[in-house]
Ligand binder design. Structure first.
Ligand code: SAM
Length: 283
């Protein structure tokens, strides 16, 4: 499809049609983002080079990207990078692509850290490290532990800490939930655990199957990891310490019930009016 004699305006038009014909919803945006990566330019430059043509090498690279995209592979995996909280993250299929809706829990945590002068944070189920690294970037005098069961995910998270210059603030721990979090207590524990029910997982869009299943599925009822957290988290929180969890909005009330013994439990809605965050305070 990509031809060297065709100008960028027409290449983008054809690429958008190609992606649309393969049911890619954000076809125009994806066509532009992938081309910008090939050309190593930012998107705002595109209108200024519409009459230019591509080299053969650029054309081949772009065609490869488009061919990957029509299989449903997410743009972020094709490019190997993602953006979260204004920072750049390396991603590959060993880690969940950080979601925009998860920025909300980071914003609330940033606020609580400042209000309570919190010094220590645990990011349980860190994946790419998006949450831990953002907190480290936006808060001075903070010490963060970030854990995950996946060695491969932790490797990416460590690389991301280096890329974002916060390695000195984060300790990475390979751990099945709390198993290897030994002799430590935190002012704040934050987690975006797997929370999709087996049934919900079967119905997800095909693009999500490129991401690790272990980042999504939490048993038949979606509560598997929330229950572990509810049973154990108090031992790892300082007195009056705070827990923040990202919620599966479909089961938010069942999740809140698990934390009824806490001093208070609050549910915060996201911009789509869905229950998105649980905040609970340790006694
Ligand atoms: C929903 S992802 C969250 C990733 C990242 N925190 C984010 O918000 O983008 C859940 C993460 O939990 C990890 N995980 C799955 N089972 C686990 C377990 N038993 N113990 C610790 N981490 C686990 C997965 O490897 C995955 O990285």
């Amino acid at each position: 499809m990509c031809q060297t004699e065709t100008n960028i305006f027409n290449i983008l038009k054809q690429a958008t049609e190609y992606l649309t014909s393969h049911n890619i919803t954000e076809a125009k945006l994806d066509a532009e983002v992938l081309l910008c990566d090939v050309l190593k330019i930012t998107r705002n430059k595109l209108p200024t080079i519409r009459q230019e043509i591509l080299t053969q090498e650029q054309c081949q690279q772009y065609q490869k990207f488009l061919n990957r995209r029509i299989t449903g592979e997410p743009v972020d995996y094709i490019l190997g990078t993602s953006e979260f909280m204004g920072l750049k993250f390396k991603v590959n299929p060993n880690v969940l692509i950080p979601r925009q809706e998860t920025e909300l829990i980071v914003e609330h945590t940033n606020k609580l850290i400042k209000e309570n002068n919190s010094k220590t944070v645990l990011d349980l189920c860190t994946g790419s490290g998006a949450i831990a690294i953002s907190l480290a970037h936006y808060n001075t005098n903070i010490s963060i532990a970030a854990s995950d069961i996946s060695k491969e995910a932790l490797q990416i998270a460590e690389d991301n800490a280096t890329i974002n210059n916060v390695s000195n603030k984060i300790e990475f721990i390979e751990s099945n939930m709390f198993d290897n979090i030994i002799d430590k207590k935190f002012d704040i524990i934050i987690s975006n655990p797997p929370y999709v029910t087996e049934k919900e997982y079967e119905g997800l869009e095909k693009e999500l199957f490129f991401e690790p299943k272990t980042a999504f599925v939490a048993g038949k009822d979606g509560l598997y990891f929330y229950k572990i957290i509810a049973n154990k988290v108090s031992q790892y929180l300082n007195p009056k310490g705070i827990l923040l969890l990202e919620l599966n909005a479909n089961i938010s009330l069942q999740i809140a019930d698990l934390f009824s013994s806490f001093l208070f439990v609050k549910i915060i809605k996201d911009y789509s009016d869905l229950d998105r965050i649980l905040i609970a305070q340790n006694g």
